[in-house]
Write a protein that binds this ligand. Structure first.
Ligand SMILES: *[C@@H]1O[C@H](CO)[C@@H](O)[C@H](O)[C@H]1NC(C)=O
Length: 305
């Protein structure tokens, strides 16, 4: 089975340069709302088939956090039942449109692995990530590992300008999510926590009630969009300042609804029962706040709401 393939052929000189970047940043949740210049399809490989995920929960993660991530994934292919509110699947439809004209990418969780014992310690280094990626691929060599850190795990390179990461090890793309609940909420949990830098906009209540859970949903959403559109750093992206890489969601930082400005998420809904802010509804009516995506057709940022 060939999972990754060239979607369109457009050789580009930036390709060689991009290969120098070993790890890619997903600098989400900064309180900025300025769309980047247009992303360019560099013609490299993108996801061709379905997206199978192997999730590795590393450390002691609470039920709310694990369930929020699982519910988000279950919602991606779940068509809205005629509700008035935007659905998570409409967000995924935009991601799918990067690689397919009309078909949505089918997402499956093929394996979930929990390591509550911090087998490799509490500081995730590059070597350590390689071990976890290999572990997640056992039995499912075509899956994309999603490594989720517990709140007391420090992920090397995260929290400083970026909150999650995607990359590839031995040709296998993976996503790793930092947990900002106690590590760096001011850097990685906006809009659910006051931002350390940037304009002080209103802080919103997380839809699940758990700051870490909903910040990680934003990170996972960003990570999946990147894995689909730019798995090997040769697909849809643009180089930014200091060789940072701007991708489908980082092109539109801090935007969650129409009218977003720096420090202001844009228009979102509020759950009258819980006070949680959201912009999309998914599996069993669960609510999520999902990041803006780059829309290549209009060359502008797009939000579900
Ligand atoms: C974690 O440690 C406990 C107690 O030592 C053990 O029973 C359990 O099997 C371990 N779990 C994993 C997944 O390693």
């Amino acid at each position: 089975m060939e999972l990754w393939g060239r979607i369109s052929a457009a050789p580009h000189g930036l390709l060689a340069l991009s290969l120098l970047l070993l790890l890619l940043a997903i600098p989400n949740a900064t309180a900025v709302a300025e769309p980047a210049s247009a992303l360019v399809d560099h013609g490299g490989e993108m996801l061709k088939g379905n997206l199978d995920l192997s999730i590795l929960f590393y450390g002691q993660l609470g039920r709310i956090q694990k369930n929020a991530l699982r519910a988000f994934l279950k919602s991606l292919n779940q068509n809205a039942r005629g509700g008035a509110e935007p659905s998570v699947s409409s967000w995924w439809h935009m991601v799918s449109s990067y690689v397919h004209n009309d078909k949505d990418i089918a997402v499956r969780v093929v394996q979930q692995y929990v390591d509550p014992n911090y087998t490799h310690g509490k500081v995730m280094t590059r070597d350590f990530i390689k071990i976890l990626v290999e572990k997640a691929l056992v039995g499912f060599p075509h899956a994309v590992p999603v490594i989720v850190a517990a709140r007391d795990v420090t992920v090397e390179g995260l929290c400083i300008g970026r909150c999650s990461e995607h990359g590839d090890i031995d040709g296998k793309p993976y996503v790793i999510l930092g947990n900002p609940e106690t590590e760096c909420p001011g850097a990685c949990a906006w809009p659910f926590h006051k931002a350390d830098y940037g304009p002080a906009g209103p802080v919103l209540k997380p839809p699940s009630g758990d700051i870490g859970a909903d910040a990680m949903v934003i990170s996972l959403a960003s990570g999946l969009a990147s894995v689909v559109s730019n798995p090997f750093r040769t697909g849809l992206f643009q180089l930014g300042h200091k060789s940072s890489v701007i991708e489908a969601t980082t092109a539109c930082p801090g935007m969650f609804g129409t009218g977003a400005t720096p420090g202001y998420t844009g228009k979102v809904s509020v759950d009258i029962r819980t006070g949680g802010a959201y912009n999309a509804v998914g599996f069993k009516g669960k609510k999520f706040l999902l990041p803006a995506l780059w829309n290549p057709k209009t060359e502008s940022c797009w939000t579900v709401m």
